[in-house]
Design a protein around this ligand. Sequence first.
Ligand code: ZN
Ligand code: ZN
Length: 599
Amino acid sequence: MKTGKRIKGLMACLLVTTLMIPNVAYGSQPPYSDKAIQRVMGKIYEPTTVDLTGMKVVDQAGAPLNAELKFMLFDTTIQEYSPEVHANNGVLDTTTLIKGHHYILSLADANYEMKNKYFTLDATGELPKDDKTNKNSDSPERESFDSITVTKREQTLTEEELKKVNRIPFCDDNNGAGKFVSELSGTVDMPDMADMYINDYDVKFKLVNQYETVELTVDEFGFLQGDMIEDLNYAVVMETTDPELQNYVLLQDLVTSKNHQEQGENVLTRTYTHYTCNPIGGIYLADSSYEEGQSMIEDCTYAPLPSYSKKSTLDGIRVFIDRGRKINTDMPGALFKVFRDEFVFNERVLEETDEKLVMDFDTINMHRDEICKLPHGDYTITTTLPTENEVQAVYNVDRAGNKVEDCTFTQEGSNLSIETTSVSLYNTVIEFKHVHEFEKIDGTEPTCTTTGVNEHWKCTSCGKLFADEQGENEISLEDTVRPLAPHKYEDGKCVVCGASDPSITDPENPDPENPDPENPDPENPGEGGTSTPGSGNISTPGSGNASTPGAGNVSASKKGATAVPATGDNNPFALWTILAFASIAGIGSVVVTKKRKSN
Ligand SMILES: [Zn+2]
Ligand SMILES: [Zn+2]
């Protein structure tokens, strides 16, 4: 263990030690009841939208602000940005919100500034409630507001300055102290902490979420420095190739910042771990080469967390939480008991068809009544499927339905285990391998006016066609069609459709397509010398030519006919084309009609 300047490190230790004094009042609180959990879920999954209308944007004198402004709107309840909101001539555009969700309206503008507005709205036409006007941000005693005050800056911000607006330092308070990296060993009940002067290592720490990655810098004292967007969850990620750190595992991995302007100007911001809502003491690493019972890794690695319905579990949380770290499997909802708060894992089925399930797996912070997103890690979610059908793919999708991550998975019957690098950020699509439901289509014989059908099997679910009932040989619609049969001439006329036999010449109507009607091809005599199937015209129905689609195992001659119809044509491609066209369009009879006209 390398050592460095320890003064600030000791401060970090002292802070953690302070936090570790048992708190009987909180510790003795009963876990959240079913009713409480359902209330929080009802709020998070609230389907009702409300419109914020006519909100005035005013200057400090209360006069309408004559400027075009663009506000950011963040839904803290589901931890996601809403579309940005514009203001013109002193009025905010009408904005659709989710009823009862907590929002932060903020402004990042080079010329204007405002204090962030924290609010909820319960009904269209009502005034929003200001969350910072009561200790309880859900209290009905909160004050309403009908305007947002925006102030003109004394000096226009540079682009670099603008980037820093509304960002919160990664630290305990608004003093920019940053976070020290410490090695934790021992057990959760008896932790042992040692400073790690991180400047001595080849290592980088990052804060990662779905919106950005913040590279943390290290100051001369070994403190990590950076800044965050308020209220967003970030995962702390360590990247190192330093051989001295190869055995080290990051323990605390989820941080968020809160603005506490309501508590006075001296307590502006604070960085918390979102698991417990405690201010974080530092970044903790544990050495995996320590013997069992001393490495801390085991103590900080949580058993799979059952979901509220107990149909799913979440594995992969590894965090140092100073007390109350047990999973409370005895209680309704099987909660993850951490400090005074509970952390609920919940799954919802958003869409269910034979082809797929769309699932929403959420981690919920009960104390803050909001989704607790886990933006980066190695998580395993297990869930019980409503079917044992074979799963063919699992992937995460964003709100627009775009695939963002392919997930590896294993399946045993209806039990599915999914590997994912995040939880609560995306919805999960579970695609089932399609199981065909076959309907047998009987074969029919073709005539000279209607095509026949080859026996085949059709899936009534997906519509695909197969030559066999095992569904191994998929065929096209054209493959199912049996070409038109030749005419059956008797006494110069087809007994089926009445067409004239072109081989018998009517001297008053010589066939222009048959230059020598008196001498039909001697190699293709008609049956009994009176009928000649085929005519030498390339549109002759029925061919027996192997290049005819779907004709490979089909006899083109009609049952009972003894003669093999000839094509009389040396261009099988042209014949194929016309037959295919006739089959696809189902216009075999039209071809016949044309033929009759040309006779
Ligand atoms: Zn099918
Ligand atoms: Zn006919």
